[in-house]
Ligand binder design. Structure first.
Ligand SMILES: Nc1ncnc2c1ncn2[C@@H]1O[C@H](COP(=O)(O)OP(=O)(O)OP(=O)(O)O)[C@@H](O)[C@H]1O
Length: 789
């Protein structure tokens, strides 16, 4: 049962004419306004106090020791962080109220607040006490009599909506079910802004169960388009940070998304939930120092994602540990010594036997051979090598060019970039490592020009190579990492002492300064105060407390290996939709992907309701999947739309095509006045579409509406992008150019990929889809698009 009291149901005439019910509603809204104001007043008060504390810390004298300065900077950073969190919750601070059977009333909001007497004013949406707000139903009220949604405009209560879960338990108010637009519907009907927003006020029960699911193991969230997978994954990250703050503040949370544009699309969600410390990254950015943007052709991507590469890389490294064919004469300060294959083979055997990675094992290899050669130098000079002479002789050997060259040829120190780069650009290197593993045609496919940029598909190869190679600074960075760990431990115990003294108190739930927060800052002794996320981004060996992977169906087995290295605890949230897989290296079942590294440790949850795409458009997208031979389970749309997609035939002549495209875009822009529009195209049509639309189209009132492609597209009213770029995004209206072109590419060998691309494109709009197709479109496909099939 739902009752609403919003502006539309408010007073319409003179006071005298108001029905008793209107008066009751108005009075109720007034009461809620008071409650809301009290909570904002408390928030303002906390902001003032935090600001004052920050000023005091900044002004405080320190005795000037390194430790004191560091402590002061850490507290300053902590207050700054808290202030940012308090500022982030301004909008819709309070959005719900629970009335419980025993008479208790709980306000639910974006953070927890208590008054000066420690009486609870507001419950954080993530706290257990808020759970019934999302979970209670009429069938299972769980002690909830009424759930109230409050909608705010600024700090004013603009509307109330009640779910009466237990009419028996209700008191005097007696709001009747008006069945008006609920909070959810109005959230879904709102115009898009180009950026994803949070959904705290309207999380649905099936989504809430996923968000609050325990942190351990791999949670796979499978769901069709628009089911809120991305929203749920981000809210889950915020929930886990709340529920496990101690642990996660120190180890960090990583969110992996499909593209830089997507990361920009979601960038405001976590900060708006008061969480700033999460590292977001594309798969192409997961190897520090490399920012891979492009992908390989599907056949190449599939090959690079294959775990045969483990053996290829192992062999490629082994091939850099070489025993010379014959003895070599080396000049050491005028003395000739001989390096025999036997000596090299023995040293290699021992170094390999150490079990260390290549670059680290090299230290032992070199030491062995230098000692061996030192004996040779002494013998050549007719002496016995005395222990005290050894360092001098070894220094001579190290200075000898001949010795350096010989040792490098036998065991070359190597970077991952060099190892993988050589394999991809030098046929003989690849052949030597891939013999019997990759066929000659496969090897030919992999080869590319030297100097070509790294691709996303190269990233897991680089990371795997780094594992086999180890540190190339002969252990220097490992030692640095160990020193770092030591500093972190020291900082942690210092932070605990500081907190034990009571200096970190706050009355904001969930914002309690933890020793880990402080330690995370303080361990940057001497350097700029890096956050955990910033440090993690620079460190390939960083292990995160939790990893969230969006669009996970696209990742190859090699990429999964990389992710597991970043999160050995396997506390992961993996969201995706197998029906949207476009990468040739991606998944067709979750078991196939997850069993190799998390057998028995992953669980599947499904989301079944599409909150984005209107019903008629979703039906058409499902029909398209069916006729293109890639049927899959599709979600049910929660909203009715204006109608099925419109299909218009494109003329043959280029100029006429451009005119039509422009006219359609201008018409759609007029209908979505102020909203966001996307023109989605197969890659081969990007230039044509961008050229036809130019820098702007005419807006409804004649003002120009800017058009953009690429990274800037999200901020413009009209975005022109390929279907691949539109993954995970949404727009009020979509104009889809050339569906057969989308279907025919990108991978002729894998028709599934084209069908899934078309499905992705068709499910991006929240309002309308207009398809423009060249003449001769397959009749079944046309029927499916227009809903006639
Ligand atoms: N409970 C909710 N309340 C309000 N809006 C919601 C809710 N759940 C989802 N949405 C909205 O629905 C839209 C789709 O959500 P989201 O992008 O997370 O879906 P998705 O499953 O990741 O989609 P896709 O796989 O197609 O990219 C977003 O605008 C999101 O804000």
């Amino acid at each position: 049962m739902t009752a609403t009291a919003g502006p539309e149901s408010g007073p319409t005439g003179q006071d005298d004419d108001r029905s008793g019910r209107d008066v009751a509603r108005e009075r109720e809204r007034g009461r809620e306004q008071e409650a809301v104001e009290e909570r904002y007043a408390r928030l303002d008060d906390l902001r003032r106090r935090t600001r004052a504390e920050l000023v005091a810390v900044r002004r405080s004298e320190t005795t000037g020791t390194h430790q004191n300065r560091s402590e002061r900077d850490s507290f300053a950073a902590l207050h700054e962080g808290r202030l940012a969190q308090l500022d982030a919750v301004e909008e819709r601070l309070v959005f719900g109220r629970l009335d419980l059977a025993g008479g208790e009333r709980r306000y639910v909001g974006r953070l927890g607040l208590a008054d000066t007497a420690q009486q609870r004013l507001l419950v954080d949406w993530r706290a257990p006490a808020s759970e019934p707000f999302y979970q209670a139903t009429a069938a299972r009220p769980g002690g909830v009599v009424r759930r109230r949604h409050l909608s705010l405009r600024g700090r004013s209560v603009a509307g109330l909506e009640d779910d009466v879960l237990d009419a028996e338990g209700l008191d005097d108010l007696g709001l009747e079910a008006l069945g008006g637009e609920g909070a959810l519907m109005s959230a879904l009907g709102a115009q898009r802004t180009g950026r994803m927003g949070d959904i705290v006020a309207t999380i649905q029960a099936e989504q809430d169960a996923v968000i609050r699911s325990p942190a351990d193991g791999v949670l796979v969230v499978q769901g069709g388009p628009g089911t809120g997978k991305t929203a749920v994954a981000l809210h889950r990250a915020a929930f886990l940070l709340y529920a496990h703050r101690e642990r996660l503040a120190r180890s960090g949370v990583l969110v992996v998304g499909p593209s830089p544009v997507f990361l920009r699309y979601i960038e405001q969600v976590l900060p708006s939930l008061g969480e700033n410390g999460v590292l977001t990254s594309t798969a192409g950015q997961l190897f520090p120092g490399v920012d891979a943007r492009g992908s390989d052709r599907p056949a190449v991507a599939r090959l690079k994602g294959d775990d045969r590469w483990l053996e290829v890389l192992r062999r490629a490294v082994a091939a850099r540990q070489r025993v010379p064919d014959r003895p070599q004469r080396l000049d050491v300060e005028g003395t000739a010594v001989t390096l025999t294959p036997r000596a090299v083979a023995r040293a290699r055997e021992r170094a390999r036997g150490s079990g260390q990675p290549h670059n680290e094992a090299r230290t032992g290899f070199v030491r062995d051979l230098l000692l061996h050669l030192a004996d040779g130098v002494a013998r050549a000079q007719g002496n016995r090598l005395e222990p005290e002479d050894r360092p001098g002789v070894v220094a001579d050997l190290r200075a000898s060019r001949d010795v350096r060259v010989a040792l490098n040829l036998a065991w070359m120190p190597m970077s991952p970039q060099k190892l993988v780069g050589d394999l991809l650009t030098r046929p003989h290197r690849l052949a030597e490592a891939a013999e019997g593993l990759l066929s000659a045609p496969e090897q030919a496919l992999l080869l590319r020009e030297p100097g070509d940029p790294w691709t996303v598909d190269d990233v897991p190869l680089l990371d795997e190579a780094a594992e086999v190679l180890g540190d190339d600074e002969t252990g220097a960075s490992a030692a640095a990492a160990r020193a770092d760990d030591r500093r972190r431990e020291e900082a942690l115990s210092l932070a605990r002492e500081v907190l034990d003294s009571g200096a970190g108190e706050t009355s904001v739930e969930g914002f309690t300064a933890s020793a880990e927060d402080l330690a995370a800052r303080q361990s940057d002794l001497g350097g700029p105060a890096l956050t955990v996320a910033e440090r993690a981004a620079q460190d390939r060996t960083w292990t995160f407390g939790h990893v969230v992977v969006d669009e996970a169906q696209e990742l190859s087995p090699m990429m999964w290996r990389l992710l597991v290295r970043r999160c050995p605890s396997r506390s992961m949230t993996v969201v995706g939709d197998l029906a949207q897989t476009r990468s040739a290296a991606g998944a067709s079942t979750w078991g196939e992907v997850l069993d190799p590294f998390a057998a028995g440790r992953w669980r599947l949850e499904e989301l079944t309701v599409n909150y984005r795409t209107p019903r008629q458009v979703m039906d058409a997208a499902a029909a398209v999947l069916a006729v293109t031979g890639a049927p899959g389970r599709t979600p049910t749309s929660v909203r009715e739309g204006e109608g099925p997609p419109v299909l218009t035939t494109l003329p043959d002549a280029a100029a006429e095509r451009a005119t039509l495209l422009r006219a359609v875009v201008e018409d759609e822009a007029a209908r979505t006045a102020g909203g966001r529009l996307a023109v989605l195209v197969p890659p081969g049509r990007l230039a044509e579409a961008a050229g036809a639309l130019g820098e702007a189209v005419a807006g409804p009132d004649g003002t120009p509406l800017p058009v953009a492609t690429g990274a800037g597209a999200l901020d413009r009213p009209v975005a022109v992008m390929t279907v691949a770029e539109s993954k995970g995004l949404e727009f009020d209206a979509v104009v889809l150019l050339d569906p057969a072109g989308v279907l025919g590419g990108p991978d002729a060998e894998d028709p599934r990929a084209g069908a899934h691309d078309l499905y992705v494109a068709m499910t991006r709009p929240t309002q309308r889809l207009h398809v423009l197709a060249p003449a001769g479109l397959d009749a079944d496909l046309a029927g499916a698009i227009t809903g006639a099939a």
